[in-house]
Design a protein around this ligand. Structure first.
Ligand SMILES: [Mg+2]
Length: 357
């Protein structure tokens, strides 16, 4: 733990704690939700950061009603969708920031470029859509070397090709401040794959009675040294398309797990106005990590979806596991996510899991 920025000085550090649990710059990432495993000062910082993000986003979403008929899916989902002249197009932008999402001092540029592309393409998977193209806007620190910039751009071009989302343009700028962090923003375009009204799978389609599933395993995607799955994952685009082809309109809602199962499944619950119950014992966790890691670590880039049909047990060899169910949310102040573990119930909403006393 870094200690210098976030004040990681107290408490007992568990063996499995990842940089995600640190609010400082040691591992970069804060947007995994807070847990009681984290030091109290970090938890406060994490919650403050998340609240600021949520407040800002809610201000932006408040303008959704004024966007016009061409916007089929407004801001708030993994991608926005536009329609014109009978054709639909999905679009999303995401970014990685040194010191926040990656640590440039310990991460090869090849993996930085790859993650910048993969992170955005994962949003295409979340909509069960087909990649079309990508564009990148990169801000380089003043002292970034030409060779470094070439390595980064080559990695982004090759990764975009690997994910069948070719990089067709963008912008590059050197910042005047040598201390300015590297920032890579990647916009992706995609084509809906579904039929009928629900051409794209959104976060808002979960129905009471659905079961909740995830692909793969969750937790521990970022190792203490900054390495790990978050740099090498493959967006689940083909798996999502396969799922859509199997379930069709019975694939009700889906999201990619970037912020932790707790926070991300709460997005489905909130936009669908339902309550999601997770069975802690059923959640497949990486290397035997506790379920709390699956809820809070983030950066897994697996899929979470709801359906009223039995999905395949594997998708292109990737395990699919039932982890919960969708129920009615009776009252406006009820939690969106509850986690059931060994006879106890925990609140698992976007602000992080906490024991319900
Ligand atoms: Mg997403």
């Amino acid at each position: 733990m870094c200690g210098e920025v976030c004040g990681c000085v107290g408490g007992s550090e568990p063996a499995t704690v990842s940089p995600l649990s640190c609010g400082g710059r040691c591992g970069g990432v804060v947007w995994g939700v807070t847990t009681s495993r984290c030091f109290s000062s970090n938890a406060d910082l994490h919650k403050l950061t998340l609240m600021r993000e949520f407040d800002l986003l809610k201000n932006i979403f408040a303008h959704n009603q004024s966007l016009g008929d061409a916007v089929v899916i407004p801001p708030g989902d993994d991608m926005a969708e536009l329609t014109w002249s009978g054709r639909n197009l999905l679009v999303a932008v995401d970014q990685i920031v040194d010191g926040r999402h990656i640590n440039l001092s310990t991460t090869p540029l090849e993996l930085v470029g790859r993650k910048a592309i993969a992170r955005s393409v994962s949003d295409i998977a979340a909509m069960a859509a087909k990649p079309v193209a990508s564009l990148a806007a990169v801000v380089l620190p003043k002292n970034f070397q030409t060779q470094q910039a070439q390595t980064l751009s080559k990695a982004m071009i090759e990764s975009a090709r690997e994910f069948e989302c070719p990089l067709i343009g963008g912008d590059l700028a050197f910042h005047n401040d040598p201390a300015h962090p590297l920032i890579c923003s990647v916009t992706v375009l995609a084509e809906p794959m579904g039929k009928g009204e629900a051409q794209s799978i959104t976060r808002s389609g979960a129905k009471t009675g659905d079961a909740v599933y995830i692909t793969g395993q969750l937790g521990g995607a970022i190792q203490i040294d900054g390495s790990g799955k978050h740099l090498t994952f493959s967006p689940r685009v083909k798996e999502a398309q396969l799922l859509l082809s199997k379930l069709g309109s019975h694939l009700h809602a889906m999201i990619d797990i970037s912020d932790g199962l707790g926070r991300d499944v709460s997005h489905i619950a909130e936009l669908s106005n339902v309550q999601i119950h997770l069975d802690a014992a059923a959640i497949p966790c990486t290397n035997g990590l506790p379920w709390q890691n699956a809820l809070s670590d983030g950066e897994d880039y697996e899929l979470c979806f709801t359906t009223d049909r039995d999905p395949p047990s594997t998708l292109a060899g990737l395990p699919v596991t039932e982890v919960g169910r969708v129920e009615e949310r009776a009252n406006a102040d009820d939690p969106y996510v509850l986690v059931h573990d060994a006879g106890q119930t925990h609140i698992g909403d976007e602000s992080g899991w906490q024991h319900e006393s």
